[in-house]
Design a protein around this ligand. Sequence first.
Ligand code: MG
Ligand code: MG
Length: 255
Amino acid sequence: MIILHGIQNILEIKKSCSIVAYVLACLEKEVKPGITTNYLNSLAETLTFEKGAIPGFKGYRGFPYSICASVNEQVVHGFPSDKPLKEGDILSIDFGILYNGWYGDSALTIPVGKISNKHKKLIKITNECLTLAIQQSHSGNTIGDISYTIQQCAEKEGFNVVKNFTGHGIGKNLHEEPPVYNFGNKGEGYLLKNGMVIAIEPMVVAGNAETITGSDGWTVLTKNGDMAAHFEHTIAITNEGPIILTNRNIFYENT
Ligand code: MG
Ligand code: MG
Protein backbone atom coordinates (compact mmCIF):
# COMPACT_ATOMS: atom_id res chain seq x y z
CA MET A 1 0.00 0.00 0.00
CA ILE A 2 1.29 3.46 -0.91
CA ILE A 3 0.43 6.08 1.71
CA LEU A 4 -0.48 9.61 0.63
CA HIS A 5 0.31 12.14 3.35
CA GLY A 6 -1.37 15.45 4.09
CA ILE A 7 0.62 18.58 4.80
CA GLN A 8 0.64 17.95 8.58
CA ASN A 9 2.29 14.56 8.17
CA ILE A 10 4.78 15.94 5.67
CA LEU A 11 5.75 18.67 8.15
CA GLU A 12 6.25 15.99 10.82
CA ILE A 13 8.45 13.93 8.49
CA LYS A 14 10.34 17.12 7.64
CA LYS A 15 11.25 17.51 11.33
CA SER A 16 12.80 14.04 11.34
CA CYS A 17 14.53 14.70 8.04
CA SER A 18 15.98 18.00 9.31
CA ILE A 19 17.68 16.11 12.14
CA VAL A 20 19.10 13.63 9.63
CA ALA A 21 20.38 16.51 7.48
CA TYR A 22 21.89 18.29 10.48
CA VAL A 23 23.74 15.16 11.66
CA LEU A 24 25.05 14.35 8.18
CA ALA A 25 26.24 17.94 7.71
CA CYS A 26 28.14 17.65 11.02
CA LEU A 27 29.62 14.25 10.11
CA GLU A 28 30.73 15.48 6.69
CA LYS A 29 32.83 18.21 8.29
CA GLU A 30 34.68 15.61 10.39
CA VAL A 31 35.76 13.40 7.50
CA LYS A 32 39.51 13.54 6.90
CA PRO A 33 42.43 11.12 6.77
CA GLY A 34 43.09 9.54 10.16
CA ILE A 35 39.60 9.59 11.65
CA THR A 36 37.65 6.36 12.13
CA THR A 37 34.12 5.55 11.14
CA ASN A 38 33.47 4.33 14.70
CA TYR A 39 34.11 7.92 15.78
CA LEU A 40 31.55 9.13 13.21
CA ASN A 41 29.07 6.53 14.47
CA SER A 42 29.46 7.76 18.08
CA LEU A 43 29.17 11.39 17.02
CA ALA A 44 25.99 10.60 15.06
CA GLU A 45 24.47 8.97 18.15
CA THR A 46 25.41 11.88 20.43
CA LEU A 47 23.94 14.48 18.06
CA THR A 48 20.79 12.41 17.51
CA PHE A 49 20.11 12.00 21.23
CA GLU A 50 20.79 15.72 21.78
CA LYS A 51 17.91 16.41 19.36
CA GLY A 52 15.63 14.01 21.23
CA ALA A 53 15.60 11.53 18.35
CA ILE A 54 16.45 7.84 18.10
CA PRO A 55 18.94 6.37 15.62
CA GLY A 56 16.79 4.67 12.97
CA PHE A 57 19.11 1.93 11.79
CA LYS A 58 20.50 0.51 15.05
CA GLY A 59 18.59 -2.70 15.71
CA TYR A 60 16.67 -2.45 12.43
CA ARG A 61 16.47 -6.08 11.29
CA GLY A 62 19.47 -6.59 13.58
CA PHE A 63 21.76 -3.95 12.04
CA PRO A 64 24.20 -3.18 14.89
CA TYR A 65 25.19 0.47 14.25
CA SER A 66 23.63 3.92 13.92
CA ILE A 67 25.31 4.80 10.63
CA CYS A 68 26.17 2.70 7.61
CA ALA A 69 29.78 3.54 6.74
CA SER A 70 30.75 2.08 3.37
CA VAL A 71 34.33 2.72 2.22
CA ASN A 72 35.55 2.46 -1.39
CA GLU A 73 34.28 -0.82 -2.91
CA GLN A 74 31.67 -1.13 -0.15
CA VAL A 75 28.37 -0.01 -1.66
CA VAL A 76 25.94 0.13 1.27
CA HIS A 77 25.35 -1.29 4.77
CA GLY A 78 29.03 -1.14 5.76
CA PHE A 79 29.90 -1.44 9.45
CA PRO A 80 31.73 1.44 11.15
CA SER A 81 35.19 0.35 12.33
CA ASP A 82 38.36 1.44 14.12
CA LYS A 83 40.35 1.44 10.89
CA PRO A 84 41.43 5.03 10.17
CA LEU A 85 40.29 6.51 6.87
CA LYS A 86 43.15 7.29 4.51
CA GLU A 87 43.78 9.89 1.84
CA GLY A 88 42.10 8.85 -1.42
CA ASP A 89 39.31 6.82 0.17
CA ILE A 90 35.69 7.60 -0.56
CA LEU A 91 33.23 7.17 2.30
CA SER A 92 29.49 6.69 1.92
CA ILE A 93 27.51 7.49 5.05
CA ASP A 94 23.88 6.42 5.20
CA PHE A 95 21.91 7.65 8.20
CA GLY A 96 18.34 7.60 9.43
CA ILE A 97 16.48 8.56 12.57
CA LEU A 98 13.10 8.18 14.22
CA TYR A 99 11.51 11.27 15.77
CA ASN A 100 7.93 11.56 17.06
CA GLY A 101 7.13 8.32 15.24
CA TRP A 102 8.43 9.42 11.83
CA TYR A 103 11.54 8.31 9.95
CA GLY A 104 14.01 10.31 7.88
CA ASP A 105 16.73 8.74 5.71
CA SER A 106 19.59 10.23 3.70
CA ALA A 107 23.06 9.36 2.43
CA LEU A 108 26.07 10.92 0.78
CA THR A 109 29.54 9.98 -0.42
CA ILE A 110 32.44 12.07 0.88
CA PRO A 111 36.02 12.24 -0.43
CA VAL A 112 38.72 11.60 2.18
CA GLY A 113 41.43 14.18 1.50
CA LYS A 114 42.58 14.25 -2.11
CA ILE A 115 40.96 11.63 -4.32
CA SER A 116 41.47 10.61 -7.96
CA ASN A 117 39.69 12.49 -10.75
CA LYS A 118 37.82 9.31 -11.64
CA HIS A 119 36.36 9.06 -8.16
CA LYS A 120 35.61 12.78 -8.02
CA LYS A 121 33.59 12.26 -11.17
CA LEU A 122 31.88 9.18 -9.71
CA ILE A 123 30.74 11.21 -6.69
CA LYS A 124 29.63 14.16 -8.82
CA ILE A 125 27.64 12.01 -11.23
CA THR A 126 25.96 9.96 -8.49
CA ASN A 127 24.83 13.19 -6.84
CA GLU A 128 23.66 14.44 -10.23
CA CYS A 129 21.64 11.21 -10.71
CA LEU A 130 19.82 12.08 -7.50
CA THR A 131 19.27 15.73 -8.45
CA LEU A 132 17.85 14.82 -11.85
CA ALA A 133 15.70 12.06 -10.35
CA ILE A 134 14.22 14.51 -7.85
CA GLN A 135 13.32 16.82 -10.74
CA GLN A 136 11.27 13.95 -12.19
CA SER A 137 9.40 13.48 -8.91
CA HIS A 138 6.10 15.16 -9.55
CA SER A 139 2.56 13.90 -9.77
CA GLY A 140 1.68 12.46 -13.16
CA ASN A 141 5.14 10.96 -13.66
CA THR A 142 5.93 7.39 -12.63
CA ILE A 143 8.57 5.60 -10.57
CA GLY A 144 9.94 4.48 -13.96
CA ASP A 145 10.67 8.10 -14.89
CA ILE A 146 12.85 8.38 -11.76
CA SER A 147 14.51 5.01 -12.40
CA TYR A 148 15.20 5.73 -16.06
CA THR A 149 16.71 9.13 -15.25
CA ILE A 150 19.12 7.66 -12.70
CA GLN A 151 20.25 4.89 -15.02
CA GLN A 152 20.74 7.22 -18.00
CA CYS A 153 22.68 9.77 -15.97
CA ALA A 154 25.09 7.09 -14.69
CA GLU A 155 25.49 5.10 -17.90
CA LYS A 156 26.13 8.10 -20.17
CA GLU A 157 29.33 8.61 -18.16
CA GLY A 158 30.34 4.95 -18.43
CA PHE A 159 29.28 4.13 -14.87
CA ASN A 160 26.81 1.45 -13.79
CA VAL A 161 23.92 1.39 -11.33
CA VAL A 162 23.52 -1.23 -8.62
CA LYS A 163 20.32 -3.08 -9.43
CA ASN A 164 19.66 -5.24 -6.39
CA PHE A 165 19.02 -2.41 -3.89
CA THR A 166 16.39 0.28 -4.21
CA GLY A 167 14.97 3.44 -2.74
CA HIS A 168 11.62 3.23 -0.96
CA GLY A 169 8.61 4.91 0.49
CA ILE A 170 9.20 6.19 4.03
CA GLY A 171 7.06 7.48 6.89
CA LYS A 172 5.99 5.61 10.04
CA ASN A 173 8.23 2.81 8.74
CA LEU A 174 11.76 3.08 7.43
CA HIS A 175 10.93 1.08 4.33
CA GLU A 176 7.49 1.33 2.77
CA GLU A 177 5.98 0.87 -0.68
CA PRO A 178 6.86 1.62 -3.41
CA PRO A 179 10.38 0.42 -4.22
CA VAL A 180 12.26 3.12 -6.15
CA TYR A 181 14.53 1.32 -8.62
CA ASN A 182 17.75 2.81 -9.93
CA PHE A 183 17.10 1.40 -13.41
CA GLY A 184 14.02 1.14 -15.58
CA ASN A 185 11.89 2.61 -18.32
CA LYS A 186 10.10 5.92 -18.65
CA GLY A 187 6.39 5.80 -17.96
CA GLU A 188 6.47 2.42 -16.19
CA GLY A 189 5.66 1.49 -12.61
CA TYR A 190 3.60 3.25 -9.99
CA LEU A 191 2.10 6.61 -10.79
CA LEU A 192 3.54 9.38 -8.58
CA LYS A 193 0.93 11.30 -6.61
CA ASN A 194 0.96 14.36 -4.36
CA GLY A 195 1.43 13.28 -0.76
CA MET A 196 3.91 10.49 -1.50
CA VAL A 197 7.09 10.58 0.57
CA ILE A 198 9.94 8.56 -0.90
CA ALA A 199 13.66 8.04 -0.41
CA ILE A 200 15.50 8.09 -3.74
CA GLU A 201 18.97 6.56 -3.51
CA PRO A 202 21.17 6.01 -6.56
CA MET A 203 24.10 3.61 -5.99
CA VAL A 204 26.62 3.95 -8.79
CA VAL A 205 29.83 2.03 -9.53
CA ALA A 206 32.85 3.12 -11.55
CA GLY A 207 33.03 -0.31 -13.21
CA ASN A 208 31.07 -3.50 -12.77
CA ALA A 209 28.04 -3.06 -10.51
CA GLU A 210 27.64 -6.72 -9.56
CA THR A 211 27.65 -7.03 -5.78
CA ILE A 212 28.38 -9.60 -3.08
CA THR A 213 27.59 -9.58 0.65
CA GLY A 214 30.54 -9.59 3.06
CA SER A 215 31.23 -12.12 5.81
CA ASP A 216 29.51 -9.88 8.40
CA GLY A 217 26.23 -10.66 6.63
CA TRP A 218 25.50 -6.99 5.94
CA THR A 219 28.20 -5.12 4.03
CA VAL A 220 27.45 -4.99 0.32
CA LEU A 221 30.60 -4.81 -1.82
CA THR A 222 31.24 -4.72 -5.54
CA LYS A 223 32.32 -8.15 -6.76
CA ASN A 224 35.32 -6.79 -8.68
CA GLY A 225 36.44 -4.26 -6.08
CA ASP A 226 35.36 -1.25 -8.15
CA MET A 227 34.53 1.91 -6.18
CA ALA A 228 30.90 2.80 -5.42
CA ALA A 229 29.07 6.00 -4.49
CA HIS A 230 25.66 6.47 -2.88
CA PHE A 231 23.47 9.55 -2.45
CA GLU A 232 19.99 9.62 -0.95
CA HIS A 233 17.34 12.16 -0.07
CA THR A 234 13.92 11.75 1.47
CA ILE A 235 11.55 13.86 -0.62
CA ALA A 236 7.87 14.75 -0.61
CA ILE A 237 5.85 14.98 -3.80
CA THR A 238 3.52 17.96 -3.47
CA ASN A 239 1.41 20.20 -5.64
CA GLU A 240 4.27 22.71 -5.33
CA GLY A 241 6.59 20.07 -6.85
CA PRO A 242 9.18 17.87 -5.13
CA ILE A 243 10.49 19.06 -1.75
CA ILE A 244 13.83 17.75 -0.49
CA LEU A 245 13.12 17.06 3.18
CA THR A 246 16.72 16.04 4.02
CA ASN A 247 18.29 19.12 2.41
CA ARG A 248 21.61 19.85 4.15
CA ASN A 249 22.22 23.26 2.57
CA ILE A 250 20.66 25.20 5.42
CA PHE A 251 23.19 23.73 7.85
CA TYR A 252 26.12 24.56 5.58
CA GLU A 253 24.93 28.14 5.19
CA ASN A 254 24.59 28.62 8.96
CA THR A 255 28.05 27.39 9.92
MG1 MG B 1 19.50 5.43 3.71
MG1 MG C 1 16.93 4.48 2.26
